[in-house]
Write a protein that binds this ligand. Structure first.
Ligand code: SAM
Length: 256
């Protein structure tokens, strides 16, 4: 198992037990909290809706949510659009929670989840109408391979929607080289960029959430393990430190 899978397995197990996590996330994002996704990402309600609309999914279309985590946002989009959903994540716990969520939401008939790496999904060529990937690409060492895999599984004219952080150089905190601009690798993989922008208010929202995570460390450690609560606080400190050298972007690209 990779370090990242281990980190997220632990986090998904813990966050399910933490009412505090949900409360502080909701408070930090206010009206922009993406209700119904049980999110542990950093996108707003407006950004999720914006991506969902931009993917132009219709009932029966196939959506792949890559780095789906516990499945929340992909299931939200599948329910909203009527799309069939395939979610893939390297966290086995995330995938198990996602499958359970699909059952509870009555979406098990058209949503399936599997453990896997988004750079080699095993999905057939041109088998998807859309690909979604939220807050995942900063963890992926080979983003060109990711972009090529997204293009391979999309049909011509299919769309990719994603959120990520742009940053130059190596991130000690994440242990992965970062990317200052995703557009060149998307173009090289065969995508035409349709939209690429910073969401309104992202800095204030993410700062508020990071500060709330730090302030709630002790409270959360009574719900989850002290070690996980400390790891979340360390992540939040890292986010605050990186704020000045990062840019959060949301993007939609069409496969040529
Ligand atoms: C911040 S979480 C976001 C999860 C989900 N997209 C959401 O918005 O709730 C990042 C996710 O990316 C997954 N991940 C990281 N690298 C991956 C890879 N190479 N292939 C598949 N999943 C990956 C992690 O396991 C984790 O679940």
């Amino acid at each position: 198992m990779t370090d990242i899978a281990e980190r997220f397995n632990d986090r998904y197990t813990a966050l399910l037990r933490s009412a505090t996590w949900k409360r502080i996330h909701r408070t930090a994002y206010g009206d922009e909290y993406p209700e119904g996704t049980n999110t542990n990402g950093f996108y707003s309600r407006t950004t999720l809706q914006w991506l969902c609309d931009a993917l132009r999914l219709t009932p029966g279309c196939t959506l792949a949510d890559l780095g789906c985590g516990h499945g929340g946002p992909g299931l939200w989009v599948a329910r909203y659009t009527g799309a069939e959903l395939i979610g893939i994540d390297i966290s086995a716990v995330g995938v198990a929670v996602a499958s359970e969520q699909a059952l509870q939401m009555g979406l098990a008939e058209r949503a399936r989840f599997q453990v896997g790496n988004l750079t080699a999904t095993g999905l057939p060529d041109a088998s998807c109408d859309a690909v979604l990937s939220l807050d995942v690409l900063i963890f992926v060492p080979d983003r060109s391979a990711a972009a090529r895999e997204f293009a391979r599984i999309l049909r011509t004219g299919g769309r990719l929607g994603f959120t990520t952080w742009e940053q130059s150089g190596y991130s000690e905190r994440l242990g992965v080289m970062q990317l200052a601009d995703y557009r060149p690798i998307l173009d090289a993989a065969g995508f035409t960029i349709e939209a690429y922008e910073e969401p309104d208010d992202w800095q204030r929202q993410q700062r508020a959430l990071a500060e709330a995570i730090i302030a709630a460390e002790t409270e959360m450690s009574s719900e989850i393990s002290a070690a996980t609560s400390a790891a979340l606080a360390a992540m939040a400190h890292g986010m605050l430190a990186d704020m000045a050298v990062r840019r959060y972007v949301r993007a939609v690209a069409r496969k040529r």
